[in-house]
Design a binder for this molecule. Structure first.
Ligand code: KG4
Ligand code: ZN
Length: 337
């Protein structure tokens, strides 16, 4: 039976700078030896969202220390690194460029392979950090920039089953959080507020895309805005809880329909929104209802990290080392070509 697993590689350093997390990790022998994440939340919080130019500058300032710390925690000297994996896209162009040029410098200096990793493939490989993923798998990728369902038929063979027609799931959480004055980043803020709210108070609309499995969040976002305008005294906790319930329902419904329409052994979740406990609970329930294995990484591995990039890089390297050091930043990189 085909499966995806964390390759028992030599020492691989993974770097991630595609958005607002400067992250580095070391994996070796099928284990994560270190994972260091420096968040830029405080840099962007005053602006209510990620400011690309500030993100790049903050990555630049942090990347050296983050890499050194990852090697120190792993107990690995630079001379022990056997390959460098880095996110080359998708992501913010100037933020990606910091990671790619840092990784290039390291790889050339150490004379080891440089592996450009697709950020979304990284999110998928986060699932392998907890154990092998039996294929075929259905993967729900939900982050700040992406919401899609991908079928993995064989290692590296991806089919897009569905995508969002408008906002990504994380973007919807971030925009609604801003609307409710909950600050940035919105996902965790909504989840915290929702914990004290009544999720049954108002039923916001679920996905409006009737045909196929595509997702849509703009109708939900508009409905929340209208409700807030019409009910200025409504409790933020209740609105957050009702929004979260509608967003999770939308995702859960699409996943269940995709499972019914396909043939899968495992349900995998990747991306920052996968850290949401309500979503995790619902997806675990769906996997068990349909008799699928569930590969739901711990919340800290759903949000951006270097270990997932090292893991995807180790697998790419096992498929054949890239020749040379030509690696372009590819902000629009897509898992499905
Ligand atoms: O994968 P990720 O860390 O970065 C991107 O690749 O975009 O995802 C970030 C997104 C943000 O929109 C953030 O608000 C959302 O994931 N997020 C959450 C939670 N934690 C992060 N959304 C809902 N609930 C959470 N607990
Ligand atoms: Zn991500």
């Amino acid at each position: 039976m085909a499966e995806l697993r964390l390759v028992e590689s030599g020492v691989i350093l993974g770097l991630e700078t595609s958005c607002d997390e400067t992250a580095a990790a070391v994996i070796a022998g099928g284990k994560v030896l270190s994972s260091v994440i420096r968040s830029q939340v405080e840099v962007h919080a005053p602006y209510g969202g990620v400011v690309p130019e500030l993100a790049a500058r903050a990555h630049d300032a942090a990347v050296g220390e983050v890499v050194l710390q990852a090697m120190e925690v792993a107990g690995v000297a630079p001379s022990g690194v056997e390959a460098v994996a880095v996110t080359s896209g998708p992501g913010l162009p100037s933020a990606l460029a910091v990671g790619v040029s840092s990784a290039l410098g390291l790889a050339v200096g150490l004379q080891v392979p440089l592996i450009g990793v697709d950020h979304m493939e990284g999110h998928l490989f986060a699932g392998t950090l907890a154990g092998p993923i039996e294929l075929p798998a259905l993967v729900l990728l939900v982050s700040g920039g992406h919401s899609e369902l991908i079928a993995v038929d064989r290692p590296g063979a991806y089919r897009r089953i569905a995508a969002t027609r408008d906002d990504a799931a994380g973007e919807a959480f971030d925009k609604v959080a801003r609307l409710l004055g909950l600050g940035f980043p919105g996902g965790p803020a909504i989840e915290r507020a929702a914990a004290a709210g009544n999720r049954e108070l108002v039923s916001f609309p679920r996905a409006v895309v009737k045909e196929g499995l595509d997702l849509s969040f703009s109708g939900l976002k508009t409905a929340v805005r209208r409700y807030v305008e019409a009910n200025p005294a409504a409790a933020v906790a209740d609105i957050a809880a009702c929004f979260q319930e509608a967003a999770v329902d939308t995702l859960a419904d699409r996943v269940a329909r995709a499972i019914e329409a396909g043939c899968y052994s495992t349900l995998v979740v990747g991306g920052g929104v996968g850290a949401n406990l309500r979503l995790r609970e619902r997806l675990a329930g769906i996997a068990s209802r349909y008799g699928l294995l569930a590969a739901i990484p711990p919340p800290a591995l759903c949000t951006d990290n270097g270990a997932m990039i090292a893991a995807a890089g180790a697998w790419r390297l096992s498929e054949g080392a890239p020749a040379g050091y030509l690696l372009d930043v590819d902000p629009g990189r897509s898992l499905v070509r």
